[in-house]
Structures are given as structure tokens and as C-alpha cells.
Design a protein around this ligand. Structure first.
Ligand SMILES: C[S@@+](CC[C@H](N)C(=O)[O-])C[C@H]1O[C@@H](n2cnc3c(N)ncnc32)[C@H](O)[C@@H]1O
Length: 220
């Protein structure tokens, strides 16, 4: 997977995306937002927001920023925001989730819905989510992961060489993803049809800014 292949795939998908992946993946989107237990005024970042299918699900008292690499997907998200008058959506920007332009600690909660197996470097995605989220904030990932050792898992391996064309990698292992990204997972919840997708709720385990300096300050 590389950024050009991803952009091309989602340029192709954009027009029909909601038809194929709207209702099918909506229970997972609902589950993430329910688990977020959003409080008034919280700043939420959704990376890979796509056509914005999740946006109407956020409560009106939060501030949601969405980013995506695909201009065609974002155009649809912006149209949805206007059409449905979603005042909680404060910004929709074209940006690479692996190299975000936001300052450290800009958000209280950061979420990636069906994005981890799309980006070229899933661990770098999580590093960036961690960086822009405040220490002790919450990170959420909902994704399809490889079903190793099952018939479905064998099929996923067989179609893996088509990843560039499909715009996602069907054989990303959940355990590898958690290990490589050093996510501090608090809960793993099966979601969507047959529980075939997984919601990961994690704590942002980065140290607070200056915490290391404090430790190093010699006592007098
Ligand atoms: C499978 S779609 C999921 C869209 C949306 N989250 C949803 O729930 O339907 C994956 C999205 O991730 C976006 N994406 C892929 N790589 C990205 C990156 N590096 N930075 C930002 N967005 C990216 C794609 O353009 C696409 O809109």
C-alpha cells in the first residue's frame, strides 16, 4: 500500500462508498461513539473520516475535526455536514494521518474507523494519533483484522496481493498491530456482522510534556 494507490482507490470508491460500506459498517461506528462517552466541549479528531458517515452520530456538544487523504471522499463529508447542519463538525481537512499538521496534545480523543488496514504504516498512524492526543486521553480503533487459522482467514491471505487495488489490506493481524503500535488496549469488542470487525479502546500512554524533564531535575 502506498499513498498514491490509496488516493486512486478512494477516488474510485467515493461515489458508491456509502452504498457498499454505509449500513454494513454503521454498527461499528455507532459502537465506537457510544464507547467514547463524549463530554461537553471535548475535542475529537477522526482520522480517515471518509464520506463522513459517522459525523451525524456525534452529540452536538463536542467539537469534531475530520481529516482524510482523499479529496473526493472529503467533498462528500463536507456536503453531509452542510446538508445535515452538523454544527459539532468544526473542521474537515485534507491531511495525511501519518504526518499530521496538528500540534501535540490538540485533542481529547482520537479515533480511526476502518483506516488501520488502509494506511501504508499502521504503527506510524498510531504514533501520530498518540502525539496529537493529550496524555491520558483516549484512542479508538475499529477495524477488520485477519482471522488466522479459519477458512475466512485463508481467503483473506489469498486476496492480500490485491491490496493496492482494493484499497485495504485484508491480512492485518490484530496482535501484530497492537504489538507494533504499542497500543495500551483496555477493551477489545467484536462489532458489526458476526462480530467480524474489532473495536479497540486504548489509553493514550504517552508521558505528559515535561514529565521526563521533571524526573531528570536534580534535587537540591
Ligand atoms: C475504508 S475508508 C473508511 C472511511 C470512514 N472512516 C468510514 O467509517 O467509512 C478509509 C479512509 O481512510 C482514508 N485514508 C487512507 N489513508 C489515509 C491517510 N494516510 N491519511 C488520511 N486518510 C487516509 C481513505 O481516503 C478513506 O477515506
Amino acid at each position: 500500500m502506498d499513498i498514491d494507490a490509496i488516493r486512486k482507490a478512494y477516488r474510485r470508491y467515493a461515489r458508491r462508498y456509502d452504498f457498499y460500506f454505509g449500513a454494513l459498517l454503521q454498527p461499528g461506528r455507532r459502537a465506537v461513539i457510544a464507547h467514547m462517552r463524549c463530554r461537553a466541549g471535548e475535542r475529537i479528531l477522526e482520522v480517515g473520516v471518509g464520506t463522513g458517515l459517522s459525523l451525524p452520530l456525534y452529540p452536538p456538544h463536542v467539537q469534531v475535526t475530520g481529516i482524510d487523504i482523499s479529496p473526493e471522499m472529503l467533498t462528500r463529508a463536507k456536503a453531509r455536514r452542510e446538508r445535515e447542519r452538523l454544527r459539532q463538525v468544526v473542521a474537515l481537512e485534507q491531511m495525511d494521518a501519518e504526518h499530521m499538521l496538528f500540534a501535540d496534545d490538540s485533542f481529547d480523543k482520537v479515533v480511526a474507523m476502518y483506516v488501520a488496514s488502509v494506511v501504508p504504516h499502521p504503527a506510524r498512524l498510531v504514533d501520530e494519533m498518540r502525539r496529537v492526543c493529550r496524555p491520558d486521553g483516549d484512542l479508538y480503533v475499529v477495524n477488520h483484522f485477519h482471522h488466522g487459522g479459519t477458512l475466512v482467514g485463508r481467503l483473506e491471505r489469498r486476496i492480500a496481493p490485491l491490496s493496492r487495488l482494493m484499497g485495504f489490506r485484508p491480512d492485518l493481524s490484530c496482535d501484530d498491530f497492537i504489538r507494533d503500535s504499542r497500543l495500551e488496549v483496555i477493551e477489545r469488542i467484536p462489532v458489526n456482522l458476526f462480530g467480524y470487525w474489532t473495536l479497540l479502546r486504548a489509553r493514550n500512554n504517552k508521558p505528559a510534556a515535561g514529565a521526563n524533564d521533571r524526573h531528570q531535575t536534580p534535587r537540591v
